[in-house]
Design a protein around this ligand. Structure first.
Ligand code: FEO
Ligand code: CA
Ligand code: CA
Length: 627
C-alpha cells in the first residue's frame, strides 16, 4: 500500500467512468477500446505501431488476474510458502514466528531476478529477490478484527513476515518455474535480522540507542517498498513508510523535535498502524526517541552470500524511500535515483565518489558508503538542477541545526527544504533507459495540490491520477552523464484516461532487456471507485504513441501491481501481486479481513485466505515477453 491516502477519484470522475463502462460492450469495454480505436481511427493514434505484440487485457475489477492472450501465467510463490530448508508448509491455523521466518513473507512488492551463477546471464536458474512491504494482521490472523489488534505472538509473526526474501527458482524443461527447496541461497531478512549501519551515520550520536550504544547495528528492516540492483550483484531495498511502526508523541524539544515532525513520527491521531511498541519498547518514541532514526534508509543485501550481513547505506539519505534505481555515469561513478513517496516531497540522486570496477566485486561492495546526495529542482525553462546536500555548504550549517554530515543525512528532508527543490506529486519508482540515458520518474498523484501550487512539473491541481516525468541526460563517447549538475526534463505522460492508454497512478517501472518500458499501477481505493483494476502496462517511449501504454496483466480484486522483473533473455516476466482481497468496494464499510476477503486469489479454496504472490509470465512458444 502506498504512503498517505490513496488517490480517490472525484464523483465526476467516477460517474464519467461508469458512463464509459455502461456505454460499451460489457466486460470487454476497456480492453476493446484501443483495438477498436485503432480500427475506427478515433483516438488520433490510428495506424501507430505498437512495440508490443499483444492485444490489451480487460481492466474490469474481477476475482482473478488476467494476462494478455497467448501468454501463460503461473503462480510461483505465495505468502507462507516454505523457502528455507526445514520450513513448514503454510497453515493458516498454525502460524508461528519460527515458521514465518522460513517462509515467503507477506505483502510482496519489489521483485528482481539475479541469475545463477553470479555474473552469468542465465535465464532459467536464479534468485528472486523480493521485498515485503508490510505484514497486515487483519489479512493474516483469523478473528483479529473482533479482537481489535494482533496479540503478542501475532505481532512477532508480523515481524518475521516483513523485509526481504531471497528465493532460488529454476525453470524446468516444460517451461514452468518452480521454487528450489533446500536452497543454500534461501534467505529471509526481517524486522529482527541484525543489519549493519554504514556510511556517514555509522556510530552517529543520533542513532545510538539502549540496545545499540555504539550506533552501528540495527535490528531489522521493514516498510520495504521498491528497490533496485547494482552492477556488482547486490539488491537495494528501500525503507518507505517506517513511521507507521512508531508509537508515542513526537519529541517536544531537543534535536529530534523537527525531525519527528518532518517525517510524521508519532503523529498519527489514531496511533501507529502497527502496534509493535507493545512488544518491543524501541518502537515507542518516548522510550527510545532515536530508534526511528535507524529506519528510512536504503538497505543493501547480497543475495549470493547469505552469510554477509545486510547494510544500511546511510550516504543515500533518510527518506520515505520508494525505490533505488541504479545506473552508471559515463565516468563509472555509481548513480542511484530515489523518490521520497509522499505528497509534495522530492526526487533525490546519489553519486558515488568511487568508480565501479567491472569484475572486481569486493572493490565495489562498499561504493555506496561515500558520495554526494542531491535533490532536484525542475525549472519551468525545462532545466533540472541537482543541488548537493553537503554539510557546511549554503544553509546546511549549525545555524540550522546541522552539526555534521550525519545530521544532514538523518534529516535529509529538512536539509532539502532549505535548498528550494521542487515539491512533486508523490515521487515513486524511477526507471533508467540505458540506451537513451533518459530517466523516468513516476509520480503517483497528489489530490492535495491546490491550483495555487501548480507548476510546470506538477501541472494539475487535485492530481488524482499521477503522471510521469522524463529527464534527459547528456551523452559523450563514454556513455550518459547522470552525474551532471543540470539536465533537461519534460512531462512524459499524464495519467487518468486508461481507455486512451493513460493509466491512473503510475507506481513501479522497469525496462525490459529490449529497452521497452513497463509501468505498474497503484490506484489505492481508486480501483473500486473507478471500476478499473490495477495492472501492468507496456509503454511506448518514442513514436506516435509515445507516453501511452497497453495493459498486459490485470490484478485480481483489491490487489495492486508491483514488480516487474525480467530474466536477462526477456522470456520470463515476474510480477508481484500485492494485497489481493484486502480492500472493500464500498467506501465507509469495514475493511475486509482474512475471514472476509473480497477474493480468495490465488487458491480459491474455502478457508484459504488470499495470498500475496509472485506470478511468472511466459509464452508457451518460449518467445520474448512483448514480442
Ligand atoms: Fe510503497 Fe510508494 O508505494
Ligand atoms: Ca504502491
Ligand atoms: Ca510502490
Amino acid at each position: 500500500m502506498s504512503a498517505g491516502s490513496p488517490p480517490r477519484p472525484t464523483l465526476r470522475e467516477v460517474v464519467s467512468r461508469r458512463t464509459v463502462l455502461r456505454g460499451l460492450a460489457a466486460g470487454a469495454a476497456i480492453s476493446a477500446m484501443p483495438r477498436l480505436a485503432r480500427a475506427r481511427g478515433t483516438t488520433g493514434d490510428e495506424g501507430a505501431e505498437r512495440s508490443f505484440d499483444f492485444e490489451p487485457v480487460t481492466l474490469e475489477v474481477a476475482d482473478s488476474h488476467r494476462v494478455a492472450k497467448g501468454y501463460r501465467s503461473d503462480v510461483l510463490v505465495r505468502w507462507g510458502d516454505p523457502i528455507l530448508p526445514g520450513a513448514p508448509k503454510f497453515d493458516l491455523g498454525k502460524q508461528s514466528p519460527r515458521a514465518q521466518a522460513g517462509q515467503f513473507g507477506h505483502w510482496n512488492d519489489y521483485v528482481t531476478f539475479m541469475p545463477l551463477p553470479l555474473g552469468s546471464g542465465n535465464s532459467s536458474h536464479g534468485l528472486l529477490c523480493v521485498n515485503h512491504e508490510h505484514a497486515t494482521g487483519r489479512m493474516m490472523f483469523p478473528g483479529v478484527a473482533t479482537r481489535g489488534s494482533p496479540g503478542e505472538n501475532e505481532m512477532a509473526i508480523e515481524m518475521e513476515a516483513v523485509g526481504h526474501s531471497v528465493v532460488e527458482v529454476r525453470r524446468s524443461a516444460s517451461g514452468r518455474w518452480r521454487v528450489v527447496r533446500s536452497s543454500r541461497y534461501g534467505r529471509r531478512t526481517t524486522a529482527t535480522t541484525p543489519i549493519e549501519i554504514r556510511g556517514p551515520v555509522r556510530g552517529h550520536r543520533r542513532v545510538r540507542t539502549a540496545q545499540d550504544p555504539a550506533g552501528t547495528r540495527v535490528l531489522g528492516t521493514f516498510a520495504n517498498c521498491s528497490g533496485g540492483k547494482t552492477p556488482w550483484g547486490t539488491v537495494l531495498s528501500a525503507e518507505e513508510n517506517y513511521e507507521q511502526y512508531f508509537a508515542g508523541t513526537p519529541a517536544q524539544a531537543g534535536p529530534e523535535r523537527r525531525n519527528h515532525e518532518r517525517y510524521g513520527i508519532g503523529m498519527s491521531p489514531k496511533g501507529p498502524t502497527f502496534k509493535w511498541h507493545k512488544l518491543d519498547a524501541r518502537f515507542h518514541v518516548g522510550a527510545e526517541p532515536r530508534e526511528a532514526n535507524r529506519f528510512g534508509w536504503i538497505v543493501e543485501i547480497d543475495p549470493y552470500d547469505p552469510s554477509r550481513t545486510p547494510v544500511k547505506r546511510t550516504a543515500l539519505g533518510r527518506l520515505k524511500h520508494e525505490s533505488a534505481a541504479v545506473t552508471l555515469d559515463a565516468d563509472g561513478r555509481v548513480v542511484v535515483y530515489s523518490g521520497d513517496d509522499q505528497e509534495f516531497e522530492y526526487l533525490y540522486r546519489f553519486v558515488s565518489h568511487g568508480r565501479y570496477e567491472p569484475g572486481r566485486r569486493e572493490a565495489n561492495l562498499d561504493l555506496l558508503d561515500s558520495g554526494t546526495l542531491s535533490v532536484a529542482r525542475f525549472e519551468p525553462s525545462g532545466r533540472c538542477h541537482w543541488m548537493p546536500l553537503v554539510f557546511g555548504s549554503g544553509p546546511l550549517t549549525p545555524r540550522n541545526g546541522f552539526r555534521d554530515q550525519g545530521d544532514v543525512l538523518i534529516e535529509a528532508r529538512r536539509a532539502a527544504d532549505l535548498l528550494g527543490p521542487t515539491a512533486l506529486d508523490r515521487p515513486e519508482d524511477i526507471a533508467v533507459d540505458e540506451k537513451t540515458g533518459r530517466v523516468y520518474v513516476l509520480l503517483t498523484g497528489n489530490p492535495a495540490r491546490t491550483p495555487s501550487r501548480v507548476d510546470k512539473a506538477n501541472p494539475r491541481a487535485f492530481n488524482l491520477s499521477g503522471h510521469v516525468l522524463e529527464i534527459r541526460t547528456k551523452k559523450s563517447a563514454g556513455g550518459h552523464h547522470h552525474a551532471g549538475l543540470t539536465n533537461r526534463w519534460e512531462v512524459f505522460s499524464l495519467g487518468g484516461k486508461p481507455e486512451e492508454g493513460l493509466p491512473h497512478n503510475p507506481d513501479n517501472a522497469e525496462f525490459d532487456p529490449k529497452g521497452r518500458l513497463w509501468i505498474a499501477t497503484d490506484q489505492g481505493k481508486g480501483q473500486h471507485l473507478r471500476g478499473v483494476a490495477d495492472a501492468l502496462w507496456a509503454f511506448e517511449t518514442s513514436g506516435p504513441r509515445r507516453g501511452r501504454g497497453t495493459p498486459f496483466f490485470a490484478c485480481p480484486r483489491a490487489a495492486e501491481m508491483c514488480g516487474p522483473a525480467f530474466t536477462p533473455d526477456g522470456r520470463t516476466l515476474f510480477l508481484a501481486v500485492q494485497h489481493p482481497g484486502a480492500y472493500g468496494e464500498t467506501p465507509g464499510q469495514p475493511r475486509p479481513t482474512v475471514d472476509t476477503p473480497t477474493t480468495r486469489w490465488p487458491d480459491f479454496k474455502p478457508g484459504m485466505p488470499p495470498r500475496c504472490s509472485i506470478v511468472a509470465i511466459t509464452r508457451p512458444d518460449g518467445g520474448v515477453i512483448g514480442g
